[in-house]
Each structure stands twice: as structure tokens, then as C-alpha cells.
Design a protein around this ligand. Structure first.
Ligand code: NAD
Ligand code: DAU
Length: 354
């Protein structure tokens, strides 16, 4: 078995941040299997040099033959599985792709990983890991005074997206329990940072504010999310991969609960300072309350004490420092922004916010 990891969905937001982080820290090679849906963007990985042990393979995790061939050719010591349909609003408009990729795709990957793992030597089997990246949304919605989600909180998914991720989590659990496949699962809260596709709240608000467009806040803006800077998530994944206990799940979060309206107001204040010549200043004039997301979960919060206690990980970035870095990144990467906001992006925005 080579010292290679197989990353799925590595051209997406977190996957590409993870590959860049991994290449900067580890000598191990990376094979990135990505279908390049609307959310996948190879420009995110442009800074990887030709000398680095990195390979991109365009393919679908649902394609069992392609996945089998890839396992045989790359002989990975680990799989880090990010590939998914990830946007809740899109899952409400069209759940099919979510069930296909998140449930059937994870199943296909597990089946091929199991067959590959069965053919390894005992020491290679011992070393192999299948790390599944999941979300806090599988736990459902919290009331204002409820304690945060912990690893044994009952699953209670509310959207087609979270239900499909919950289905995938259960399959991963079953493959460990039934077949002994060495798995790890991480459930993380909302990420933000460089390369996030501007259908998600933070990049959408940054870009709309710069362009003098309305900043759509769903419902009363009081929904709460627990925000984590993406690099902290990447460090957590690397930590779990190297030291996580076979078969365990780990919650990852930023200890940073914020109401959506606070997020939008913070971005507006920072942009007032950083971009005083934008078309509409103060930017908060653009805040527009719009129709709520159907089934909108009220509050998420993560109890991340297990990963801190057992593996020594905790977030390094505060929301205040992370959001400043994130805004700066979007201001400095106009070509990236222009490229991703062309074509089908416009169609999505027109459908969602009409
Ligand atoms: P993303 O939508 O930005 O990227 C998903 C990537 O998967 C894209 O590159 C896409 O091309 C690829 N992909 C989709 N379907 C595929 C298929 N069938 N075969 C191969 N590749 C396919 O997603 P993200 O925000 O980077 O999230 C990555 C993972 O982390 C997901 O599993 C998501 O559920 C989970 N997660 C995300 C967050 C968050 O805040 N973004 C938080 C917790 C967990
Ligand atoms: O909690 C982890 C999850 O975080 C991940 O599993 C998902 O993949 C990721 O997309 C994210 O889901 P959310 O639905 O929480 O993220 P989003 O950025 O879409 O929305 C964040 C909050 O902001 C949510 O309460 C809905 C609200 N919102 C979102 C958009 C796009 C608005 O008020 N207006 C908007 O235009």
C-alpha cells in the first residue's frame, strides 16, 4: 500500500482547502476524485505545483467500476470522503441528486473500499481508514436553551440534505459494525472561509453587499449557526485521521454561535470600513428580510469537547479574525469570483430569490 490518500469532492469548498492544507503539511500523495458539479472548481487547487504528489481524477463516486479501478491503481492508505451535494436550499428544490450522491454514492464508495480493504495484508488493514465527513445538521434543531449536540445526541434530520447525510452516516456506522471496515466520522458545524461557493450565506452577503444588491435574510434572521473557519476544520480532519479511534465519531465546532442577522451586520460593518466607496454605503441599508426557508432549523450548536479531550484539537481562529480574513480573501480574488458567478450561478440566484 502506497502512502497516498484518496480524497473525494476535493474540488469543492472544504475539500480543496483540505488538499491545500494537507499538501503543505504532509509528504503523502493525494488523489482527488471529483465529478466537478457546479460546486467543484479546479481553480481552487491552482497553487499546487507540478512537483507535488497530487493527481486529479474526474469521476463520480456512484460509478462503482471507476471507483474500483481507482482503488486498485492508487492503493490508498485512507479515504477522506467529502463528495456530496451540500446546499440545503437546493435539496428543497430538487432532492434527487442528494439521495443519489450522498446516500448511493457513499454506499458505492463503502462497497469498493470494503472489497479493497479485504484484499490488504493484516498490517495494511490495520492502518487503513475511511474518514467520512458529515454535518451537525443530522441532529436536527435545538431550542434556545438546549445543550449543544454531542456525539450521542439522537439523529433527527429535517431537510432532504440532512436526511441524506444521516443516511450516509448510518451506512458508515454499519460498515464498521458489520464488516469491521476501519471508519471514522466527523460531524462539523457551519464552515466559512476562502473558496466557498457564493450560494451560501457568508460569501453571498459579501458579494451582494459589494455590488449594491439586496442581502436576503430568511425569516426573522434569528436562526443560530455555530461557525468554524475552514482551516480549523481541515486541521481537525487531519487530527482525526492520524489519531482518531477506529469506529468513533467526533463532533467539530467553533464554539461560536451567532444569529444570522448578526453575521450579516458584522459583514456590513467590516465592508463599510474596508470598501467605503462601494455603490451603497452603509452596506446595512441593503439588508432585506425574505420568505423563510421551508422547515428552517432554528439553532445548531456543537459540543466539541470529545475531540478536544481525546485528540487535543480546538479551533485557533475566532469568528472576528476569521470573518475579516474571509472578506479580505473575497476582495483579493476577483477573477475567482467573476468565474464562479457567471452562467448557471445566475440561474440559481434568479430561481431562489425571485
Ligand atoms: P461543496 O458543495 O462545496 O463541494 C462538494 C464537492 O463534491 C464538489 O467539488 C463536487 O463537484 C463534488 N461532488 C458532488 N457530487 C459528486 C459525485 N457524485 N462524485 C464525485 N464528486 C462529487 O461542499 P462543501 O461545503 O465543501 O462540503 C464538503 C463536505 O463537508 C460535504 O460532505 C458536506 O456535507 C460536509 N460539510 C459541509 C459543511 C459546510 O459548512 N460547508 C459543514 C459540515 C459538513
Ligand atoms: O451546519 C452545517 C451545514 O452548514 C453544512 O452541512 C451544509 O453543507 C452547509 O451548506 C451549511 O448549511 P446551512 O443551511 O446552515 O448554510 P447556509 O449558508 O445555506 O445558511 C446559513 C444560514 O443563513 C441558514 O440559517 C439559512 C440562512 N440564509 C442562507 C442564505 C443562503 C439566509 O438567511 N439567507 C440566504 O440567502
Amino acid at each position: 500500500m502506497e502512502t497516498t490518500i484518496l480524497v473525494t469532492g476535493g474540488a469543492g469548498f472544504i475539500g480543496s482547502n483540505f488538499i491545500l492544507h494537507w499538501m503543505a503539511q504532509e509528504k503523502t500523495g493525494v488523489v482527488n476524485l471529483d465529478k466537478l458539479t457546479y460546486a467543484g472548481n479546479l481553480h481552487n487547487l491552482q497553487s499546487i505545483s507540478a512537483e507535488q504528489p497530487y493527481q486529479f481524477v474526474r469521476g463520480d463516486i456512484c460509478d462503482r467500476d471507476a471507483v474500483r479501478e481507482l482503488f486498485a491503481r492508487c492503493r490508498p492508505q485512507a479515504v477522506v470522503h467529502f463528495a456530496a451535494e451540500s446546499h440545503v436550499d437546493r435539496s428543497i428544490h430538487g432532492p434527487d441528486d442528494f439521495v443519489r450522491t450522498n446516500v448511493n454514492g457513499t454506499f458505492a464508495l463503502l462497497e469498493e473500499a470494503r472489497a479493497y480493504w479485504a484484499g490488504l495484508s493484516a498490517s495494511e488493514q490495520e492502518r487503513f481508514r475511511f474518514l467520512h465527513i458529515s454535518t451537525d445538521e443530522v441532529f436536527g434543531s435545538l431550542g434556545a436553551d438546549d445543550p449543544p449536540f454531542c456525539e450521542i445526541t439522537q439523529y433527527s434530520p429535517n431537510s432532504p440534505y440532512s436526511a441524506s447525510k444521516a443516511g450516509a452516516d448510518h451506512l458508515v456506522r454499519a460498515y464498521h459494525h458489520t464488516y469491521g471496515l476501519p471508519t471514522l466520522t466527523t460531524n462539523c458545524s457551519n464552515n466559512y472561509g476562502p473558496f466557498q461557493f457564493p450560494e451560501k450565506l457568508i460569501p453571498l452577503v459579501i458579494l451582494n453587499a459589494r455590488n449594491g444588491k439586496p442581502l436576503p435574510v430568511y425569516g426573522d434572521g434569528q436562526n443560530v449557526r455555530d461557525w468554524l473557519f475552514v482551516e480549523d476544520h481541515c486541521r481537525a480532519i487531519r487530527t482525526v485521521l492520524s489519531r482518531g479511534k477506529n469506529g468513533e465519531t467526533y463532533n467539530i465546532g467553533g464554539w461560536s454561535e451567532k444569529r444570522n442577522i448578526e453575521i450579516v451586520e458584522t459583514i456590513c460593518s467590516l465592508l463599510d470600513e474596508m470598501c467605503p466607496n462601494d455603490p451603497v454605503v452603509p452596506h446595512r441599508q441593503l439588508i432585506t428580510f425574505v420568505k423563510d426557508r421551508p422547515g428552517h432549523d432554528r439553532r445548531y450548536a456543537m459540543d466539541a469537547r470529545k475531540i478536544e479531550r481525546e485528540l487535543g484539537w480546538k479551533p485557533q481562529e475566532t469568528f472576528e479574525s476569521g470573518i475579516r480574513k474571509t472578506i479580505q480573501w473575497y476582495l483579493q480574488n476577483d477573477p475567482w469570483v467573476k468565474e464562479v458567478t457567471a452562467g448557471s450561478y445566475r440561474q440559481w440566484i434568479a430561481t431562489q430569490y425571485s
